[in-house]
Design a protein around this ligand. Structure first.
Ligand SMILES: [Zn+2]
Length: 268
């Protein structure tokens, strides 16, 4: 989308994060990030897909091999030369992870474009917050507006999740945190024991999600991050929907929109 000057899914106020050199197409044969990294036996892998360089993530329990696929935004269709969906499914190797469910952080096209296709291939349930159901209904319009030629199909949603809901992934418990702001139904997924958070487009390394699309609300986003994410702990490593990972501590102090530097700036 026209070079690195501005990313369409980041806040319009922010300089853009360059596509991380260590993530995505340039990395290794499988596009894993970073190859295979475990925190307390949770394995996180990433592949960068689609025209907006979205992070599709796999989180797997190293003991049982059970995994969750997060935001399959890449399709195998004509809009995605190179087969984003194939690379997405390759994240199951090595280790032969078995994807048990698809988790959608929100309903924007770059995060859901490949969901119907991935769900069909994997035969697993898929879930999202009800607040973003309207974005799924609008997939054809979103696809047209943002140039996702391979994605026209609305995925069937098996479950609408809510704030505070939990599920197990092997030995781990994942908790859903509703973080409205980037969209009404935006949610994060937190693994407390492993200290890992999947942040969707709510929080980025050095930035926050844009809030000028329908359903966006900057004050809600600020509250979500400051009141629901930062209290999880400075040591928590988060994986956003675009760009590199960072820790919540990095953002609590340095993030120019919601960190301490932003508060200081406001009162000078
Ligand atoms: Zn988004």
């Amino acid at each position: 989308m026209g070079g690195p000057s501005r990313h369409p899914w980041l806040s319009r106020y922010v300089p853009v994060l360059p596509r991380p050199a260590e993530a995505g197409r340039g990395l290794g044969k499988r596009g894993l990030w970073p190859a295979s990294t475990g925190w307390d036996m949770l394995v996180v892998r990433n592949t960068v897909v689609g025209p907006f360089a979205e992070n599709t993530l796999l989180v797997g329990d190293g003991e049982t091999g059970e995994a969750i696929l997060i935001d399959p935004g890449g399709t195998g269709g004509t809009g995605s030369p190179g087969g984003d969906l194939e690379r997405t499914l390759l994240m199951r190797e090595p280790g032969a992870f078995r994807i048990a469910r698809i988790f959608l952080t929100h309903g924007h096209i770059d995060h859901v474009a490949g969901c119907a296709e991935a769900k069909g291939r994997l035969g697993v349930p898929c879930q999202i917050h009800r607040g973003d159901a309207a974005w799924l209904d609008a997939i054809p319009q979103q696809a047209e507006m943002f140039g996702f030629e391979g994605a026209r199909e609305r995925p069937d949603i098996d479950h609408f999740h809510e704030d505070g809901e939990t599920f197990t992934l092997g030995e781990h418990e994942g908790r859903i945190i509703h973080t409205p702001g980037h969209s009404r139904g935006s949610c994060c997924l937190f693994f407390e024991k492993a200290r890992i958070l999947f942040a969707g487009d709510t929080l980025f390394a050095g930035s926050v999600g844009r809030t000028d699309l329908p359903g966006g609300d900057f004050e809600a986003l600020e509250r979500s991050i400051r009141e629901k994410l930062f209290p999880l702990g400075d040591d928590v490593r988060f994986f956003p929907g675009h760009g590199p990972s960072a820790t919540l501590g990095d953002e609590r102090s340095q993030n120019p929109f919601v960190g301490e530097v932003a508060r200081r700036g406001r009162f000078v």
